[in-house]
Design a protein around this ligand. Structure first.
Ligand code: KG4
Length: 340
């Protein structure tokens, strides 16, 4: 019998629902919340309220696009955490109520696991993508995380290194804010960087042992350098916008790739994947391609639609757990902070 999983994601500011049948994606609906743009960052209470408005129509649309009725569902998978508590509670409560009313199992999914397993989503009617072979390394880079993960199985992951302060996306967003660009800064910096010179400016890089990352020093270096340059030329940002963006992006990419290379060498693994919001970055994607050529890596870069928050990755994780009958109970709470 087929396994049809409804996935629900509401950890931050995207309300998303997706349907996966036997590992193949039938639909993936994402409703993003523009309400936060005016505030330069996600406002948790507004995010929670928007999820409440969006959740029913988004689920309805996902089922409709998949051509599946709710009675045909085998299980409901949902993001349990990490994320904003008020946002998570909307998806978690909806998923539990929906699953209970249909008398089908509910499956809790760790959002970070979902990002990593997005590489296993297959799309019907499309040429089959290559999939990583266990064990592989995954660089998970988002607004809240920068981690190098050793993925031994779908349910067995080990964090080899992670940021000791800011995440890569957070650092890019903050530097972009300092430059007076819009929110979120990542895609804006990416676009500007394509026209700039990545070697125009030099910013400090961290020297920390092992496989951990640090991005707060880069943020400070960017801020202080900019402050000095602005003293000499009040229009410095306007005059050098593209070069600033390109140099910032290149520094972040260098920091990320240096440690990833080190991990690949130490663990003798050349199956290397990237995931999370920052994996949409063109500079990072190019660096992966260059490393594949130079070091013989088998690289796995997600489709753009799977880089930011989406329920397809929750549904595929739910599918794997469903096959193992790894269900959860209705009294399971959401969690805002959790590791893999
Ligand atoms: O994974 P994600 O959607 O949300 C979580 O943090 O969970 O990641 C969001 C982060 C933000 O910092 C955003 O600026 C960054 O991903 N981002 C990018 C790009 N697109 C999104 N950073 C660099 N280049 C991009 N094209």
């Amino acid at each position: 019998m087929s396994a049809i999983i409804l996935g629900i994601e509401s950890s931050c500011d995207d309300t998303s629902a997706a349907v996966i049948k036997d590992g193949y994606l039938l639909s993936n609906v994402v409703s993003s919340q523009a309400v936060h743009e005016a505030y330069g960052g996600v406002v948790p209470e507004l995010a929670s309220r928007a999820h409440q408005q969006n959740i029913v129509p988004v689920v309805h649309e996902a089922l409709k696009r998949a051509g599946v009725t709710k009675e045909e569902l085998s299980a409901v998978a949902f993001t349990r955490g990490p994320g904003l508590m008020g946002s998570l509670l909307v998806g978690v409560s909806f998923a539990k109520g929906f699953a209970r009313s249909l008398n089908i199992p509910m499956i809790d999914v760790n959002h970070l696991t979902g990002h990593v397993l997005a590489h296993f989503i297959k799309a019907e009617g499309e040429e089959e993508e290559r999939q990583p072979v266990y064990p592989f390394l995954c660089l998970l880079v988002s607004g809240g995380n920068s981690q190098i993960i050793l993925v031994k199985a779908y349910n067995d992951m080990e964090i080899l290194g992670q940021t000791i302060d800011d995440a890569a996306g957070e650092a890019i967003d903050k530097c972009s804010k300092v430059m007076g660009l819009g929110y979120p800064g990542g895609p804006i910096i990416d676009k500007l960087a394509r026209q700039g010179n990545p070697k125009a400016f030099t910013f400090s890089k961290p020297h920390i042992p092992g496989l951990d990352y640090s991005f707060s020093g880069l943020k400070t270096s960017f801020l202080y350098s900019l402050r000095d340059w602005l003293k000499e030329d009040p229009d410095f940002i306007e005059h050098h916008k593209v070069d600033l963006a390109a140099s910032l992006e290149a520094t972040v990419v260098d920091i990320l790739m240096d440690k990833l290379r080190k991990a690949a060498k130490e663990y003798k693994i050349n199956e290397i994947a990237v995931a999370g919001g920052v994996s949409a970055n063109n500079g990072l994607r190019n660096a992966f391609r260059e490393h594949a050529e130079k070091y013989g890596w088998n690289i796995f870069i997600p489709k753009f639609s799977y880089t930011t928050d989406n329920a397809a990755m929750i549904a595929i994780t739910g599918y794997f757990k469903y096959l193992d009958k790894d269900f959860c109970s209705i009294d399971l709470p959401a969690y805002s902070r959790v590791t893999l």
